[in-house]
Design a protein around this ligand. Structure first.
Ligand code: ADP
Ligand code: MG
Length: 401
């Protein structure tokens, strides 16, 4: 990585502001954290800073409070969980700037950790606001960005604050860039991309960017319908993106020209509607009934995708193979998650839903790497830079801009 990391600067006794991604899912009824994966992912940086004797000031957004205080979106519950995990007190501060935050910071001793209030209680957070940036920066001597999940956003706590403090990467951010960068720069071949999920339009830039690097692209999920239609198959009531038909055809042609194999499903599970009570059956893609829609890939597709993936040394997976939220449509996603989990290949998972599916099945720790960034990982794999990364100090030229 060409950016400085937290290991490259002296943090001992320093006040270190760490932007983390603690945007954890909460139970609607009880407000309890339903998945603490994002908290766990930030632990290496937090523990490193504690060990180095830094004064640790954590900051994150949580949910969408739209620039005002929302009692349901206070960081208290996150501070409690982090405190349990670290086995040390983590105080939740009732504000993220101003007198109360400043006083709490002034009282910090080496190795102490506090968590500031939800950054998005201020509308200025999403506006990359210079005054809000100054207020945040006032709290610290050094800024560490460990929030890969929001690195594609030019928000105040990600970009603005770096104008005032030496800014370096946290260990999670560094690892994300190393793992995702690794599959782009130096993948071990054969390299396959297994793609699914809802929409082709979300993924076109990424597919174009990885086209020159992969040996094979396997397409399932909702986006398979658009590719099937572009290959002159009838897809019944499946959601297709009309405006993406030409793009899909182009991508397939480009693939052929560059010697990249594109695999579409041989069979699919079709349903009369997308819910738990649906009637469904497996059909070959040549025989999708006009009154049904694709909800998952079928067993033959699982078999042919599996055979292809078994021969690969690097596998990148983005996008579930079906509507995995509904158990009757989750078989394809489940089967391929198991295959990847048992594979000797380097397996990298990107995409919010895909990571969630793999975690829900309990196989996340069997993968080489599961990215914590949905949108950020897509943008990075599309070959576009991330504002949150660009803003950090360069390794070769560490002069603050
Ligand atoms: P990720 O967040 O991993 O990048 P996406 O956001 O692209 O994935 O897509 C995830 C969504 O795609 C899931 O909600 C899933 O239900 C939906 N999906 C997958 N297959 C289908 C399908 N055949 N029809 C409709 N939706 C689908
Ligand atoms: Mg998604």
């Amino acid at each position: 990585m060409n950016k400085l990391s937290v290991r490259d600067v002296d943090v001992s006794s320093k006040r270190v502001l760490v932007r983390v991604d603690f945007n954890v899912p909460l139970d609607e009824r009880t407000g309890a954290i339903t998945d603490d994966g994002r908290i766990l992912a930030a632990l290496p940086t937090i523990r490193y800073l504690i060990d180095q004797g830094a004064r640790v000031i954590l900051a994150s957004h949580l949910g969408r409070p739209d620039g005002k205080v929302d009692e349901k979106l206070r960081m208290t519950v996150v501070a409690q969980r982090l405190s349990q995990i670290l086995n040390q007190s983590v105080e939740a501060i009732r504000d993220c700037i101003g007198a109360e935050a400043e006083e709490s910071v002034a009282n910090l001793k080496s190795g102490d950790v506090i968590l500031l209030e939800n950054l998005r209680f201020y509308a200025a957070e999403e506006d990359n606001d210079p005054l809000f940036a100054q207020e945040l920066a006032k709290l610290a001597d050094i800024f560490v960005d460990d929030a890969f999940g929001t690195a594609h956003r030019s928000h105040t706590s990600i970009v603005g604050v770096t104008k005032h403090l030496p800014a370096v990467a946290g260990l999670l951010l560094e690892k994300e860039l190393r793992m995702l960068g690794g599959i782009l720069d130096s993948p071990t071949h054969p390299f396959a991309a297994l793609l699914g999920g809802a929409k082709v339009s979300d993924k076109v830039a990424m597919v174009e960017n990885i086209m020159g690097k992969v040996d094979c692209i396997l397409i399932g999920g909702g986006m398979a319908a658009t590719f099937l239609k572009a290959s002159n198959r009838e897809v019944g009531l499946s959601l297709i993106e009309e405006e993406m038909l030409d793009t899909a055809a182009d991508l397939m042609e480009k693939a052929t020209r560059s010697g990249v194999r594109i695999m579409l499903p041989d069979d699919v599970l079709v349903a009369n509607e997308i819910n738990t009570k649906a009637t469904f059956k497996v059909v070959p893609v040549e025989a999708i009934p006009a009154n049904m829609r694709i909800a998952d890939i079928g067993p033959w597709s699982v078999k042919s995708f599996s055979e292809e993936l078994r021969g690969c040394k690097t596998i990148f997976w983005n996008g579930p193979m079906g509507v995995y939220e509904i158990p009757i449509f989750a078989e394809g996603t489940l089967a391929l998650a198991k295959l990847l989990a048992g594979s000797q290949a380097t397996t990298v998972i990107g995409g919010g839903s895909t990571a969630e599916a793999v975690t829900h099945i309990g196989l996340a720790d069997k993968m080489t790497f599961v990215s914590t960034g949905g949108g950020a990982s897509l943008q990075f794999l599309s070959g576009k830079s991330l504002p949150g990364v660009d803003a950090l100090l360069d390794r070769d030229n560490p002069v603050s801009s």
